[in-house]
Design a protein. Structure first.
Length: 168
């Protein structure tokens, strides 16, 4: 199955970058994020009892693709993607359920991001997007309906709120 290949690919990537002098968990986040490219975006995907690709929901969906494809698409939305990456890297569901607003509360803002930190968009009161920072002004994220998890410039989404680090 594809998800088994994902885990194997992530392990190879982790071994390849494992010597980078960063917190082990953040290195693993980046490895898993690179290995997860190509998973379909699904509004509400990744928010089951256990993090990972799942069917989404059309509840609250306001995207331009009609009819809403989430309930028939197994994939991830942006917070479901970062939740799964952190679950794989930390060995526990450290971000927990919820959305970007819930996840940012578990993080601390940093001035200088490190690969593996999360990049949030919106305002402190209401966020609307999150990705995994991979360095050089790039992030891996579940961008929008009709796309797959991919690498984008941090500036691809307007209203950058900042970079956030999970306390380790």
């Amino acid at each position: 199955m594809r998800w088994g290949r994902l885990a194997a690919g992530a392990a190879v990537l982790f071994l390849a970058v494992g010597s980078v002098p960063r917190a082990d968990e953040l290195v693993r986040v980046v490895g898993y994020a690179y290995a997860s490219q190509g998973i379909p975006y699904s509004w509400g995907g990744g928010h089951g009892k256990r993090p990972g690709p799942s069917r989404g929901t059309c509840r609250g969906y306001s995207g331009s693709v009609r009819p809403c494809p989430a309930e028939r698409t197994r994939g991830l939305d942006c917070s479901g993607f970062t939740r799964w990456m952190y679950r794989l890297a930390f060995g526990d569901d450290v971000l927990g359920g919820g959305n970007t607003d819930d996840h940012i509360r578990r993080m601390r803002k940093v001035r200088v991001p490190r690969p593996g930190d999360l990049v949030f968009y919106g305002s402190r009161k209401k966020t609307h997007h999150v990705g995994v920072y991979v360095g050089a002004g790039k992030m891996i994220n579940a961008f929008a309906t009709g796309t797959t998890t991919r690498v984008d410039d941090v500036g691809a989404v307007k209203d950058l709120l900042g970079f956030y680090h999970y306390p380790t």
